[in-house]
Design a protein. Structure first.
Length: 57
């Protein structure tokens, strides 16, 4: 009688962090407003731009 030997591999797909998703959403909204010509109300401070680069939430 042979012993059954079963191996199971759990695969974890990389999931984007919420802060990355927020950054992409913000960039998409900014690009859309620029393309539509409705960017007059969007003003980013230097600190806001640095937060986007750093990935701050």
């Amino acid at each position: 009688m042979q012993d059954a030997n079963h191996s199971y591999f759990l695969i974890r797909l990389p999931v984007p962090r919420p802060s990355i998703l927020d950054l992409h959403r913000h960039k998409r909204d900014l690009a859309t407003s620029l393309l539509e010509g409705t960017d007059s109300g969007i003003k980013l401070s230097v600190e806001e731009m640095m937060d986007m680069i750093r990935g701050a939430e």
